[in-house]
Design a protein around this ligand. Structure first.
Ligand code: ARG
Length: 460
């Protein structure tokens, strides 16, 4: 059995259970690229500062390159007894090039090393998630463009409220996603600072140059406080919160579309490519992917909860508990990308049942609020208009008709101020034509929004 890299003061080796329990290499090997990158920057800085010779540095760099090749060809043997990705790489480097490799860990601890790796990894992960967000925005936008003029019932409390342009509804999701991307890019700016050189917690007496490694690794600056650098994971909490918000947004979209795909609604028809069947009921065609988008949001929320609880009781500075940050982080990112990807494909594979939507508009008095606006035009205070229209609705409900089917006499029996013009405010199409406030579902407002987004996203 080989002695550990930290084995100097130990007489006994750890028990197999402890070894199994404390290893992280089975999952943190995912960080190998960042770890190699960090080691390269560190070795070069050590040479530049005269802490190691250029010759040793070159040997280290050559060795790291060889290790990278091995990892990529899947020839590298990851060893649980070497604990984590950092010691696997370092020990393998010593096996490979001997003495010079033993100088690599000068003025470095795994405590600053691991969090450097994780920050580098998150920086790239943000870019990847943002590009998936853009793809989903494009899919929703494309869907909106191809459904110009389609009116749908809008709901509050899941009760019929007012008519909406389908485009307007789809753009609401596009807006949410834009803020989601903004949150990610924001937290990316905040996390892009270098912990490298903070060492275990106190920094070092050796003449290293943290600004140099920070620059080489593309960080904005080195973190100012070495204790803070190795101990906080607030950047993960922030990143995973942003992911949780994305997941919650998509879960709501998923819920809406699952509902719309029911026999009862029948507004939305997913293609076979994004539906699955039942093992017993031959007639079934289920929107499983969207149900899973809804379901998997639970994981992303859970991952955030894990990191929050993980951090809440920790004294300064580094504690081994922090090793438990990686699995939830990886899961959060993987799942967020998954839900974005599948929602994009779903959006590319649905059609709206326009006939069904059109028919559905003639129930629920979606035009009542617009009729109240009509009375406001007539000079009636809104509270009074509300009451007049309320009584018109009651009459329509009693007669089992829509507002537009009431006769002028019937309207006038409620209030004689009502004239022929009222009919131009009734019916969903008329209503849509009346909307004009900024951000409303009015035809020209929505057309402007579509233009704005198509230009922003560079779509035809
Ligand atoms: N695998 C460890 C982690 O992920 C690396 C740091 C270990 N540091 C230590 N002093 N044991 O946190």
């Amino acid at each position: 059995k080989e002695t550990k890299l930290w084995g100097g003061r130990f007489e006994e080796s750890v028990t197999p259970a402890v070894e199994r329990f404390s290893q992280s290499v089975s999952y943190d090997k995912k960080l190998y690229k960042q770890d190699l990158r960090g080691s390269r920057a560190h070795a070069q800085m050590l040479a530049k500062q005269g802490l190691i010779s250029q010759e040793d540095c070159d040997t280290i760099l050559k060795g790291l390159l060889e290790i990278e090749g091995k990892i990529e060809r899947e020839e590298f043997v990851w060893r649980a007894d070497r604990e984590d990705v950092h010691m696997n790489v370092e020990a393998a480097l010593i096996d490979l090039v001997g003495e010079p490799a033993k100088k690599l860990h000068t003025a470095r601890s795994r405590n600053d090393q691991v969090v450097t790796d994780v920050r580098l990894w998150c920086r790239d992960a943000v870019d990847e998630i943002v590009s998936h967000i853009h793809r989903l925005q494009d899919a929703l936008l494309t869907l909106a463009v191809s459904n110009e003029g389609v009116i749908v019932p809008g709901y509050t409390h899941l009760q019929r409220a007012q008519p909406l342009l389908l485009q307007h509804l789809l753009l609401a999701f596009v807006e949410q996603l834009e803020r989601d991307a903004g949150r990610l890019l924001d937290c990316q700016k905040r996390l892009n600072f270098s912990p490298l050189g903070a060492c275990a917690l106190a920094g070092t007496g050796l003449p290293i140059d943290r600004f140099e490694t920070s620059k080489t690794l593309g960080f904005t600056y080195p973190l100012r406080n070495s204790v803070d650098a190795v101990s906080d994971r607030d950047f993960l909490i922030e990143f995973m919160s942003a992911n949780a918000i994305i997941a919650v947004h998509l879960s709501r979209l998923a819920e809406e579309w699952v509902l719309w795909a029911t026999e009862e609604f029948g507004f939305l028809v997913p293609s076979d490519a994004v539906s699955t069947g039942s093992s017993i009921m031959p007639q079934k065609k289920n929107p499983d992917p969207m149900e899973l988008v809804r379901g998997k949001s639970a994981r992303v929320i859970g991952d955030l909860t894990t990191i929050l609880v993980l951090c809440k009781g920790l004294p300064l500075a580094y504690n081994r508990d922090l090793q438990e940050d990686k699995e939830p982080l990886f899961d959060s990112v993987e799942t967020t990308i998954g839900v974005l990807e599948v929602t994009t494909e779903f959006a590319q594979n649905v059609t709206f049942n326009k006939e069904r939507l059109a028919k559905s508009l003639s129930a629920g008095h979606l035009d009542a609020t617009t009729m109240a606006d009509y009375l406001v035009y007539k000079g009636i205070p809104f509270r009074t208009s509300h009451d007049i229209v309320g009584r018109a609705v009651a009459l329509a409900v009693y007669k089992k008709v829509e507002l537009s089917q009431l006769s002028l006499d019937e309207f006038r029996s409620i209030n004689p101020i009502i004239d022929e013009e009222v009919y131009s405010f009734l019916g969903s199409e008329n209503c849509i034509n009346k909307f004009q406030s900024y951000g409303s579902t009015g035809v020209s407002c929505v057309a402007e929004q579509i233009d704005y987004w198509c230009q922003k996203r560079n779509l035809p």
